[in-house]
Design a protein around this ligand. Structure first.
Ligand SMILES: O=C(O)C1=C[C@@H](OP(=O)(O)O)[C@@H](O)[C@H](O)C1
Ligand SMILES: C=C(OP(=O)(O)O)C(=O)O
Length: 422
């Protein structure tokens, strides 16, 4: 699908964020492991969370829709399906579920689409090899053998926190105590915090001392009823729109007490010269004095694409530190943003782990841009287009379905002009 976006009648706006994708995955998993049954409210409905639900069904959980809620009946030790488990394009689904299917004997097969099966699995590859278990990719199928043993798991912290979250979900189901020791730098650490929050709600005990997580075995999940909060990662798009377009934006369904690492978007917005104030159920963003900033993306990589684009439109240059892992997401988010922003006349340079964006861009050069099948690239480019007098066409725009299927409906409520070419 191609979508053409321009400024149209852009005005002050109010947008209500969808439910958090990260917390939805976690709540679905904790519920899918609870045999006591559980009601989940406001679960994010997108391709990634559907992949997690589908995989949990293959493991033996059942999900029934009751109005807006999901009623979940789970099981702690599920079946290993004969068919490959299709994780679609979701890194979270694949990395959270590999160890869960490996708590029992047998070999589970996983597959995926887009770039998923090329994204790194080195942390699990090493851990499975140490236990003499098969962990092997043949074409687009990954085979992972169980049973994992209790004991000590040494895991690199600089590839993806999703490996640590995956182990934290699975190790409580093993018969004895385990320890995970994460090496520095421990990047995207806040996401492990979200996993611990959900485990705690589900009655699972984990003792954390620094980078060492001690997990008693033989535990049982009891996920209580839970409402998934709004998605702070998605706030970046509309906060950036407010800053670049000089329209005031109310961003609703954003928890004031959020533990999501991407809540830091509010601090980033202040660093870029926005005034941010608390309002009931969210935040008000006002572009006071937009200018460049120095931003650390180590704990919040998903904010990168939108912030690169925003940085091009403000006065002065910006620097993004610890950005290297953006290369191993749904696309190489540094190379893709560089390529697409160049088409619009914006300049991004990179040097290893650091990205530099030259600010001060006035009118964007009208051009068709590619979304590279990456939802965050598509949404970042669409926000730039919504600030442009000239229409800009974004190709591959259906990628928004990965995390935010209603993105264009919400963008249309800001007054931006949007047309679709299916
Ligand atoms: O645990 C999670 O929900 C996620 C962790 C992050 O990945 P990394 O840990 O690989 O950075 C983030 O980029 C991803 O979108 C969601
Ligand atoms: C990287 C992302 O998700 P995942 O790793 O789950 O595919 C994302 O949502 O930007």
């Amino acid at each position: 699908m191609n979508v053409t976006v321009s400024k149209g009648n852009l005005h002050d706006f109010s947008v209500c964020l969808p439910a958090s994708k990260s917390l939805s995955h976690r709540a679905l998993i904790a519920a899918g492991l609870s045999s006591t049954g559980c009601r989940l409210h406001h679960v994010a409905d997108n391709n990634d969370t559907s992949a997690t639900m589908h995989a949990l069904k293959m493991r033996g959980a059942s999900f029934t829709k009751d109005g807006e809620d999901w009623l979940v009946h789970g099981c702690s030790h599920g079946a290993i399906p004969a068919q490959p488990i299709d994780c679609c394009e979701s890194g979270s689904t694949l990395r959270f579920l590999i160890p869960l299917f490996a708590v029992q004997p047998g070999t589970a097969a996983f597959t995926g689409h887009g770039r998923l099966m090329q994204r790194p699995q080195s942390v699990y590859a090493d851990l499975f090899a140490k236990q003499g278990l098969r962990f092997e990719k043949q074409g687009d199928i990954l085979y992972a053998e169980g049973p994992l043993s209790c004991g000590t798991y040494q895991a690199a912290g600089d590839v993806s926190s999703q490996f640590i979250s995956g182990l934290l979900f699975a190790l409580p189901l093993l018969p004895g105590e385990s320890r995970i020791i994460v090496s520095e730098p421990f990047e995207s650490e806040s996401y492990v915090g979200l996993t611990l929050d959900i485990l705690h709600k589900a009655g699972i005990r984990v003792n954390r001392q620094g980078n060492t997580f001690t997990v008693p075995g033989n535990q049982t999940y009891h996920m209580p009823a839970y409402t998934v909060p709004g998605d702070d990662s998605q706030a970046a798009f509309f906060a950036a729109l407010a800053l670049i377009s000089d329209k005031d934006g109310d961003i609703l369904n954003m928890d004031h007490d959020s533990h999501q690492g991407d809540h830091v978007i509010l601090d980033h917005m202040r660093a870029f010269g926005a005034e941010v104030s608390e309002i009931p159920n969210g935040y008000h963003i006002h572009a006071a004095d937009p200018h460049g900033a120095v931003i650390d993306l180590g704990d919040c990589p998903d904010l990168g694409p939108m912030e690169f684009a925003m940085a091009a439109c403000v006065r002065g240059d910006s620097t993004f530190l610890h950005a290297g892992r953006l290369r191993i997401k749904e696309s190489d988010r540094i190379a893709c943003m560089k390529e697409e922003m160049a088409k619009l006349g914006c300049m991004l340079e990179d040097d290893g782990d650091t990205v530099y964006v030259h600010g001060g861009k006035g009118a964007l050069r009208p051009s068709a841009v590619l979304g590279h099948n990456d939802h965050r690239i598509v949404m970042a480019l669409s926000i730039l287009a919504a600030c442009s007098e000239q229409p800009i066409t974004i190709e591959d725009a259906q990628a928004v379905n990965k995390s935010y299927p209603d993105f264009y409906q919400d963008l249309a409520r800001t007054g931006a002009k949007i047309s679709y070419d299916h």
